[in-house]
Design a protein around this ligand. Structure first.
Ligand code: SAM
Length: 506
């Protein structure tokens, strides 16, 4: 990165948060440019100045966003990745100010400070200048970064994102990419993208041309261009061939997060507690409350062994009606425990009525790359350990038949974000974009076979059943196309789940 920022003759380089000075050292090794830098933390700041990594006059000890460095030819660095809401208020306010000055939408406080760093550092660049930054992978897909992509496209003549399979920072759980932006003052409609295997190949390949191109317009529309760019040609062809046979699942079913009770034990009293307070049967709604129950779900909640281990306390009276004496006794018990003072309860009216409790048509597990979709024939309500699905078209059986194929798994890999450790978290907005096949006829016994595979704990087997019975059998998709979809799943899963990948030093 240091070689690249210096390659077009930069004389001044800015490092906005130099920390231990790894980039300052790399710059010194790669040339003799004047280096300007900021660092909030006093100890590394003083150490870098004492070590002569930059001159005291060129160094700002404090918030980079409060500093207006002179114009520079290049920027290099790895800014902090801290959510604005976790910053001290003054730093938070400056980040919002910097973002608002650069982009009309400004920035949401749910966003992270790296975005303000990108804008502020890029604004220090002279026309023609370039910038290389290590940024969190979320840059490539989070909604709050979309205005940044529009801005980058209007501020640089060429943009490139590099993702390396081997971890660039093995000690970080956070997945990162490297953004190379050049020709400040130019503009571009596309971002070059390159996926590399090893850190060594990254170091030697930096000046190489990108192998794929992602349209900024598509990023603004919420497409996952940087994920699609990881897929081999044959998988793209397969997705194109299958597109006419598919719909986004949100056309068939709308997914919502389950309810949040605020106090699991109080709102889901066990049998002994119900007996002690004579909680009326009518005030208890069978509920799915734990991921353990979710793992035991089959294709239907009735078929599962989950039958109402837990029930939600939901007194049936209208919001301001008088409670029955038994309900009132249990509510008083909650107050004696201080449940009514919980944050979520305080904002409810009355505090003991859990909002947004609806019986979904289907439920979907959340923490898995092969989530379980089950028909809610038992009429359970569900907490936010599940997504609740409400049918918009077709039957629940048809949705189940459409869901369990590798095409859905590929759609999840493309659309759904993962936590740092690689665990996928299925959220409604992302899940709704997953494309599933349209199934007009369900083969006899197919749903039962899916249930049997799930009952045996073979979730992957259930999805594979759909590849044979639905993709190949009902829709007549070729074996090559199905194999390409399965290959796409493997490729993206390998990028997502990199916990085992160690850094090699060659
Ligand atoms: C991810 S580290 C990167 C350090 C260095 N660029 C590197 O790659 O080794 C982020 C650095 O930003 C510093 N930092 C955090 N907030 C800052 C701010 N508002 N202004 C300047 N530096 C900040 C932290 O102290 C930390 O050293």
């Amino acid at each position: 990165m240091a070689r690249w920022v210096l390659a077009n003759g930069a004389r001044t380089v800015l490092e906005p948060s130099f920390g231990d000075g790894v980039f300052l050292r790399a710059l010194a090794a790669a040339g003799d440019a004047r280096v300007l830098g900021a660092e909030l933390n006093p100890a590394p700041f003083s150490a870098a100045v004492a070590d002569g990594l930059l001159r005291g006059d060129d160094a700002h000890g404090g918030d980079f966003l409060a500093w207006h460095p002179p114009p520079v030819d290049a920027v290099i660095g790895n800014p902090p990745y801290v959510r604005l809401r976790h910053l001290p208020v003054d730093q938070q306010a400056r980040a919002l100010e910097v973002a608002a000055a650069a982009i009309p939408e400004g920035m949401q406080s749910s966003g992270s400070v790296w975005m303000a760093f990108v804008l502020h550092a890029a604004n220090a660049l002279r026309v023609g200048g370039r910038m290389a930054l290590v940024l969190p992978f979320e840059l490539t897909h989070v909604r709050y970064a979309r205005p940044l992509w529009r801005w980058l496209g209007s501020a640089f003549g060429a943009l490139r994102v590099v993702r390396v399979h081997e971890r660039l920072f093995p000690e970080l759980l956070q997945d990162v990419v490297v953004l190379f932006a050049e020709d400040r003052g130019g503009s571009t409609a596309d971002v070059g993208f390159e996926a590399l295997e090893t850190v060594a190949s990254f170091v030697s390949a930096v000046p190489r041309a990108a192998s794929a191109s992602v349209s900024i317009e598509a990023l603004l529309a919420g497409e996952r261009g940087f994920m699609e760019a990881l897929l081999p040609r044959a998988v793209h062809d397969a997705l194109l061939a299958l597109a006419p046979l598919t719909v986004p699942v949100r056309a068939l079913c709308s997914f919502h997060i389950g309810y949040v009770s605020a106090d699991k034990d109080f709102f889901h009293p066990d049998a002994a507690t119900c007996a002690r307070f004579s909680v009326p049967e009518a005030s208890l709604v069978p509920a799915l409350t734990s991921s353990r129950q979710v793992q035991r779900l089959r294709t239907s909640t009735i078929a599962s062994e989950t039958a109402s281990e837990r029930r939600l306390f939901l007194p049936r009276s209208a919001p301001n009606a008088v409670l029955s004496s038994a309900d009132a006794a249990y509510v008083a018990h909650g107050e004696s425990l201080g449940v009514h003072q919980r944050y979520k309860c305080r904002t409810r009216q009355p505090w003991f009525r859990v909002p947004d409790v609806r019986v979904p048509d289907v439920v979907l597990s959340v923490f898995s790359e092969r989530p379980i979709l089950a028909i809610n024939d038992a009429g359970f309500v569900a907490t936010n350990s599940l997504l609740c699905g409400f049918l918009k078209a077709g039957t629940a059986e048809a949705l189940v038949a459409a869901w369990y194929t590798s095409l859905t798994v590929l759609g999840l890999e493309l659309q759904v974000h993962a936590l740092g450790g690689g665990v996928m978290v299925v959220v409604p907005g992302e899940a709704g974009k997953v494309r599933v096949v349209r199934v007009a006829a369900i083969p006899d016994g197919h749903v039962e076979r899916l249930a049997a595979a799930l009952a045996a704990g073979d979730v992957a087997g259930a999805y594979a059943l759909g590849d044979d019975a639905i993709l190949r059998g009902v829709l007549g998709v070729s074996a090559e196309t199905v194999a390409a979809v399965q290959e796409g799943v493997r490729v993206l899963a390998r990028w997502r789940d990199r916990r085992g990948s160690a850094v090699t030093t060659d």
